[in-house]
Design a protein around this ligand. Sequence first.
Ligand code: HEM
Ligand code: HEM
Length: 190
Amino acid sequence: MPTQETVNVPRYHLSQRLVHWLMAVLVLLAIAIGTPLGVLGFEGAEAAFGSGPTDLLYISHKTIGVLLLGFITLRVMLRLVFGKPPYAVPLPALQRRLSRLVHALLYALLIVMPMLGWSATASGGFPINFFHWELPPILSRNPDLSEQLFFWHAVTAWSILGLVALHVAGAVYHWRIRRDGVMRRMSLLP
Ligand code: HEM
Ligand code: HEM
């Protein structure tokens, strides 16, 4: 007996699904690498001028962060072009509102997050590493401002993590309990 899980439900465009999963991996990686950097403290950001193990952490964190800024821009454009597919089984009003809110907040924070990282790093007088290049600082040196921006960079990271936890709980609920095809909308499986 085919369930909603196995029938042809409308899906996000393949490009939207690819970018969703690529960003999901990169966001978690950015947080996993960022956390030890936060522990090292603000002064440590200077280390990214060198080439030791700590520098590599800084360089990879900043590179992933800048990539995420590019991907979120692409993703917003894809969303404007392809929109959101209709649900195979209409969602109850509360779930619809809650999921819209969580998605909108995730989009907003994914735009704000790399901008905070870039401006905090620039105002700290530290390099904006992107692979082996250096991107332009978008703010002039101002250590007090930098410290505040890094504070908000950390607050935004934990907010993203909280929202992702809610988001994943919702996805698992639809996948295993409601079995209403919501997971298939974003799945890369055939
Ligand atoms: C195991 C992890 C994840 C699973 C299972 C998952 C699953 C899903 C599913 C099924 C949808 C479609 C929901 C719907 O159309 O109602 C979706 C949408 C979305 N996901 Fe995820 N996701 C995961 C991780 C993430 C992460 C880490 C982020 C961002 C940090 C994220 C951001 C989003 C956003 C913004 C949407 C809305 C897409 C749109 O309507 O344009 N997801 N996700
Ligand atoms: C979506 C993208 C990003 C995410 C999810 C992210 C996440 C994080 C996290 C979780 C921390 C640790 C915060 C703490 O506990 O203090 C952190 C620190 C840091 N991030 Fe990001 N980040 C992103 C983008 C960027 C970008 C684009 C840059 C710079 C170009 C950047 C530069 C830094 C630096 C230098 C630190 C260390 C701060 C310190 O020394 O206190 N981040 N990031």
